[in-house]
Design a protein around this ligand. Structure first.
Ligand SMILES: N[C@@H](CC(=O)O)C(=O)O
Ligand SMILES: NC(=O)OP(=O)(O)O
Length: 314
């Protein structure tokens, strides 16, 4: 694996391999595992982020890498330098991996086709298309709670049209044998002709009462062109996870949210830290997943590393 461009570029076996390696790191919280000692990784966030940006940084530091954090507003992109030229510049200094968040759909496809660009590219959120590491950490969280992904009923609810998290799950969940249901207001619906065959569009009640995983999505106001959203209260009553709706969930079902969440809009404030919520454990898993991804790209992964250690000790 050279890059992590999106879930659609990964086979089922590759997703499962990353999840296994993430489990290795998740079982060793806070442990320093210096696979990347002395090597350079750069994080370039052209859109706002808290979780993804910091969990990549924590992951890279726990792997022993030197971490460079790029600031868009104080960089030479303000003088017109392109992302491609910025990356060639970083590569010329010895940076081996670039973690990028962008609002530009299709950027990763373009960069991956640049013949002179040799650093590893990691998609940390691309426009409305994909957010592969979010998807992987969600899968790890589902696996931890339900023992596996195959056969799980997953409901994803909310601003479906603008969610790159959904973009990745539309590919990952059917690949891993989960049953995906989606629901949300008409103005947030995806083009149904472009949905994978097995994905069902259902009503709120069915989604909540039958799911093993209820994943709420934030209303992505920053991506709306025009007035698609009337008021927080109306949205909460019609499409939010209210306490009344949560009471209809299966006892073993979990509540997920990629965050940031807006309490009282797509989810009742108390449910965020309620007993069925795994929203903060998702954040914890983000570090393990990002360690697994970076280690895989830069070293071949923990299994390759362990076997080379064994060889060296023979
Ligand atoms: N943080 C996630 C979800 C969200 O912002 O609502 C993303 O960047 O896509
Ligand atoms: N879930 C997620 O990507 O959060 P941030 O936008 O804060 O990184």
């Amino acid at each position: 694996m050279k890059n992590l461009l999106g879930i659609k570029h990964l086979g089922k076996d590759e997703i499962e391999a990353i999840l296994r390696e993430a489990e290795y790191f998740a079982a060793r919280p806070n442990e320093q595992i210096d696979l990347l000692q002395g090597r350079f990784v750069a994080n370039l966030f052209f859109e706002a982020s808290t979780r993804t940006r910091f969990s990549f940084e924590v992951a890279e530091k726990r792997l022993g890498a030197h971490v460079l954090n790029f600031s868009d507003s104080s960089s030479s992109t303000t003088k017109g330098e392109t992302i491609y030229d910025t990356l060639r510049t970083l590569e010329s200094m010895g940076v081996e991996t670039a973690v990028i968040r962008t609002g530009q759909n299709g950027l990763f496809h373009e960069l991956a086709n640049e013949p002179n660009l040799n650093l590893h590219l990691v998609n940390a959120g691309e426009g409305t298309m994909e957010h592969p590491t979010q998807c992987l950490l969600d899968l790890l969280t589902m696996k931890q709670h339900h023992g596996g992904i195959q056969g799980l009923q997953v409901a994803i609810i909310g601003d479906l049209r603008h969610s790159r998290v959904l973009g990745s799950h539309l590919d990952a969940l059917p690949k891993l044998g989960a049953k995906l249901m989606i629901t949300g207001p008409d103005q947030f619906m995806r083009d149904q002709t472009a949905l994978p065959e097995d994905v069902r569009v259902v009503g709120m009640e069915e989604a909540i009462a039958t799911a093993d995983v209820v994943m709420m999505l934030r209303v992505q106001l920053e991506r709306h062109t025009g007035q698609l959203f009337s008021s927080k209260e109306t949205y909460h009553q019609a499409y939010g996870l209210t306490r009344e709706r949560a009471a209809m969930m299966k006892p073993n079902a979990i509540i997920m949210h990629p965050a940031p969440f807006n309490r009282g809009v797509e989810i009742d404030g108390q449910l965020v830290e309620g007993k069925q919520s795994v929203i903060f454990p998702q954040v914890t898993n983000g570090v393990a997943v990002r360690m697994a991804v970076i280690a895989k790209l830069m070293t071949g992964g923990i299994s390759t590393w362990e076997s080379s250690l064994k060889m060296a000790n023979c």
